[in-house]
Design a protein around this ligand. Structure first.
Ligand code: FAD
Length: 525
């Protein structure tokens, strides 16, 4: 079958591309290897509880709401207040002023570092002001500027000047967050507590900007996956085709065809790859490229990314409890980042994987689980329909090294490790924040970086694309050049999603999805 555009991967990036291309009347095929759309933006049911399998809430960033509005997708969003907790003190982030409450917790934990904390807070305020500019208006890409001249002249043009200025300032704050904070304090526990729920070596501006982003989170009624479902419905209504259970395993570049794992062949005028980059380069059949120069460029790129790492992953425990949502609402609200100990992960020794046997791993993991930061989400606190009456489902996750879990699987105690993690993390929750949950847990199960790798095909189970620890970033990483991030070396193939730009995340996946769609529309005009 011949299509104008084939989009590979129905995560939020592929869905966004396919939605705009279908709306424009092109003949579109969206291929997804799983039996449902959404990728890392999904919700699932378990015994009457709805859980979010990927991102826990959605930050608008001037992108999500304008995109839905532009496509005419009507959805109800609920408020999603984020709280931060350390040991037995918690604070709700309700406005920019809440930053001073956060500072108070840190001062309570580290009174000797009061002056350092004040300096760090003023850095965070500075970055919050930059982010207010960056995400402060509806992103012009998602507004129809030709018809909305007033928005163009009164809002976009003055914003562009400030945007450029702020991008310059932001690019100066690209040191890894841990190193950046060392300029303000020698207190390594303090540095850990502020930075340990960010990915390793997250650029300072991106990490510090999260204090703005927390205020920008909303929750779709029905679960985060509703956004994906609505986009899927939109694509079908607009005449696009979605083929589920369809994994693309080979791209014939000169013939402009893709081959599915089950042997079907489809041809395209343009292809958008909205999935893992390494998978892309392994699907490209280099021998199908006759032009020697193109072949050698593609081959070099494939070799160059082969040893690059995916970013951090997470281990998540899903818990169903016979405890009412109001109990959790009082303690942690709907969404909390919680650290059970002020000691910080810096106090934990580094490990050499090859020398870690089962006993050494459990000893390390036990300490890790008592020191790490947990992201806790309670869907039913936001939307009571998401759990049986009087009961609550809890999603508790923490960053987890893909390499460690892979090693655990290789040496043969993966299932045991999962049970251990479920029990231990449920116990940490019941012993610290939620004592009432102690005898009222009904079920628990977990997903690991290997689960994420299997379900999405993302290298190293990465949840936001490339690792910041890569010596050279294999994707575009300058905001000024973000439009170029969708280009590939393969003729008539564009890319979108979390592997196409760094730093990434949901808004960047949508943005690159739209950029790729716009480029296709321009080239096929
Ligand atoms: C626990 C968690 C918390 C998060 N928190 C945040 C947050 O607070 N803020 C934020 O911005 N981001 C967050 N993210 C990240 C965000 O959810 C992702 O970056 C984003 O959803 C990625 O979308 P994507 O479309 O680029 O990729 P994906 O969602 O990975 O989609 C890729 C799709 O391609 C499919 N696929 C792969 N290979 C093939 C193939 N060969 N053929 C066909 N289909 C294929 C996969 O099955 C998948 O559906 C979080 C993620 C997780 C898991």
């Amino acid at each position: 079958m011949k299509y104008d555009v084939i989009v590979v991967g129905a995560g939020i990036a592929g869905l966004s591309s396919a939605a705009y291309l279908s709306k424009a009347g092109l003949k579109v095929l969206l291929c997804e290897k799983e039996e449902r759309v959404g990728g890392l933006l999904n919700s699932f049911e378990f015994k009457g509880f709805t859980f979010d399998g990927g991102i826990r809430a959605i930050e608008n960033s001037g992108i999500v709401f304008p995109m839905l509005k532009q496509l005419g997708i009507d959805m109800e969003f609920l408020k999603n207040t984020v709280s931060i907790g350390i040991e037995d003190i918690t604070v709700k982030l309700v406005s920019e002023e809440s930053l001073s409450d956060y500072a108070e917790i840190l001062i309570e934990m580290f009174p000797e570092s009061r002056a350092d904390i004040e300096k760090i807070m003023s850095e965070i305020s500075k970055v919050m002001r930059y982010m207010d500019v960056l995400y402060g208006i509806d992103n012009p890409l998602f507004r129809d500027l030709k018809s909305d001249r007033e928005y163009l002249f009164k809002t976009v043009l003055p914003w562009l000047v400030r945007y450029r200025l702020n991008i310059k300032k932001i690019s100066k704050l690209s040191d890894p967050i841990e190193a950046y904070l060392r300029k303000f304090t020698d207190n390594m526990s303090l540095i850990s507590i502020i930075s340990q729920h960010f990915f390793k070596e997250t650029p300072a501006f991106f990490a510090l900007s999260y204090f703005s982003l927390y205020l920008d989170y909303s929750y779709p009624m029905g679960g985060t996956g509703v956004v994906s479902e609505k986009l899927g419905e939109f694509i079908k209504r607009a005449g696009g085709h979605i083929s589920l259970g369809t994994e693309i395993s080979r791209i014939d570049v000169d013939r402009k065809t893709v081959e599915t794992k089950s042997g079907e062949v489809h041809s395209y005028s343009k292809l958008i790859w909205a999935a893992d980059s390494k998978r892309f380069y392994s699907a490209v059949d280099i021998d199908s490229i006759r032009d020697i120069r193109v072949r050698s460029t593609v081959k070099s790129k494939k070799e160059a990314i082969a040893d690059k790492g995916g970013g951090d992953s997470v281990l998540t425990v899903y818990i169903t409890s016979d405890v009412e949502p109001e109990y959790f609402e009082k303690i942690c609200g709907a969404h909390m980042f919680y650290t059970p100990s002020r000691k910080g992960l810096n106090s934990l020794e580094h490990y050499e994987l090859s020398s870690m046997d089962k006993e050494a791993i459990y000893s390390w993991i036990e300490k890790y689980y008592s020191l790490t930061t947990y992201e806790i989400s309670c869907p039913a606190v936001r939307d009571s329909e998401l759990a049986p009456r009087g009961q609550t489902g809890l999603i508790v996750s923490t960053l987890m090294d893909y390499g460690l879990v892979k090693h655990i699987k290789d040496i043969g105690f993966y299932e045991d490790f999962k049970r251990y993690s479920e029990d231990y993390i449920a116990k940490v929750m019941a012993d610290t924040l939620f004592p009432k949950m102690n005898s009222k847990i009904m079920d628990r199960f977990c997903s690991t970086p290997l689960t994420i790798e299997r379900l999405t095909g993302n290298s190293d189970g990465a949840i936001t694309g490339w690792a910041f620890t890569n010596p050279e970033m294999p994707a575009e990483n300058s905001f000024r050049e973000i439009a170029k991030s969708v280009n590939t070396d393969v003729p008539d193939v564009l890319q979108a999603g979390q592997w196409s730009f760094s730093p990434s995340g949901l808004p960047v996946s949508i943005l690159t999805g739209k950029l790729a769609a716009d480029k296709v529309l321009e080239e096929l005009k």
